[in-house]
Design a protein around this ligand. Structure first.
Ligand code: SF4
Ligand code: SF4
Length: 69
Protein backbone atom coordinates (compact mmCIF):
# COMPACT_ATOMS: atom_id res chain seq x y z
CA UNK A 1 0.00 0.00 0.00
CA UNK A 2 1.11 3.48 -0.75
CA UNK A 3 0.36 6.47 1.41
CA UNK A 4 0.70 10.19 1.51
CA UNK A 5 0.63 12.45 4.53
CA UNK A 6 -0.28 16.08 4.94
CA UNK A 7 1.00 17.78 8.07
CA UNK A 8 -0.65 21.03 9.10
CA UNK A 9 2.44 22.92 10.26
CA UNK A 10 0.33 25.53 12.08
CA UNK A 11 -0.96 22.92 14.56
CA UNK A 12 2.38 21.17 15.15
CA UNK A 13 3.87 21.59 18.61
CA UNK A 14 7.20 19.96 17.84
CA UNK A 15 6.83 16.87 20.05
CA UNK A 16 8.19 14.64 17.24
CA UNK A 17 6.19 11.60 18.27
CA UNK A 18 5.37 11.17 14.60
CA UNK A 19 9.07 11.04 13.71
CA UNK A 20 9.82 8.61 16.51
CA UNK A 21 7.00 6.21 15.66
CA UNK A 22 6.98 6.25 11.85
CA UNK A 23 8.32 2.80 10.89
CA UNK A 24 9.49 4.07 7.50
CA UNK A 25 11.28 7.24 8.62
CA UNK A 26 9.13 9.37 6.36
CA UNK A 27 9.01 12.47 8.57
CA UNK A 28 11.71 14.92 9.55
CA UNK A 29 12.10 18.16 11.47
CA UNK A 30 11.76 21.27 9.34
CA UNK A 31 14.48 23.89 9.37
CA UNK A 32 11.69 26.50 9.53
CA UNK A 33 9.52 27.54 12.47
CA UNK A 34 5.75 27.86 12.50
CA UNK A 35 3.87 30.89 13.85
CA UNK A 36 4.02 29.47 17.39
CA UNK A 37 7.80 29.19 17.17
CA UNK A 38 8.06 25.41 16.83
CA UNK A 39 10.30 23.64 14.35
CA UNK A 40 7.46 21.64 12.84
CA UNK A 41 7.43 18.14 11.44
CA UNK A 42 7.38 17.74 7.66
CA UNK A 43 7.33 14.94 5.15
CA UNK A 44 10.80 13.91 4.02
CA UNK A 45 10.73 10.79 1.86
CA UNK A 46 7.11 10.40 0.83
CA UNK A 47 7.83 7.49 -1.47
CA UNK A 48 8.36 5.22 1.55
CA UNK A 49 5.02 6.01 3.19
CA UNK A 50 2.76 2.96 3.52
CA UNK A 51 -0.28 4.83 4.80
CA UNK A 52 -0.19 2.92 8.09
CA UNK A 53 -1.48 6.04 9.91
CA UNK A 54 0.68 5.49 13.00
CA UNK A 55 1.89 9.09 12.77
CA UNK A 56 -1.67 10.42 12.77
CA UNK A 57 -2.63 8.23 15.74
CA UNK A 58 0.25 9.39 17.92
CA UNK A 59 -0.01 13.09 17.05
CA UNK A 60 -1.52 14.83 20.08
CA UNK A 61 -2.53 17.82 17.94
CA UNK A 62 -4.28 15.82 15.20
CA UNK A 63 -2.10 17.71 12.74
CA UNK A 64 -1.52 14.82 10.35
CA UNK A 65 -3.87 13.59 7.63
CA UNK A 66 -3.13 10.28 5.96
CA UNK A 67 -4.28 9.48 2.43
CA UNK A 68 -4.03 6.00 0.99
CA UNK A 69 -3.62 5.30 -2.70
S1 SF4 B 1 3.25 14.30 16.38
FE1 SF4 B 1 2.04 16.06 15.65
S2 SF4 B 1 2.56 17.75 17.03
FE2 SF4 B 1 4.13 16.15 17.31
S3 SF4 B 1 5.79 16.74 15.88
FE3 SF4 B 1 4.43 15.32 14.78
S4 SF4 B 1 2.96 16.66 13.67
FE4 SF4 B 1 3.94 17.88 15.27
S1 SF4 C 1 1.38 6.85 7.46
FE1 SF4 C 1 2.86 5.40 8.43
S2 SF4 C 1 4.56 5.25 6.97
FE2 SF4 C 1 3.36 7.08 6.41
S3 SF4 C 1 4.37 8.78 7.48
FE3 SF4 C 1 2.73 8.04 8.82
S4 SF4 C 1 3.69 6.54 10.19
FE4 SF4 C 1 5.08 6.89 8.45
Amino acid sequence: MKGKIVIDAAFCKGCYFCIEFCPKKVIRVSTQLNAKGYAFAECDTEKNCTGCATCALVCPEAAIEVHRE
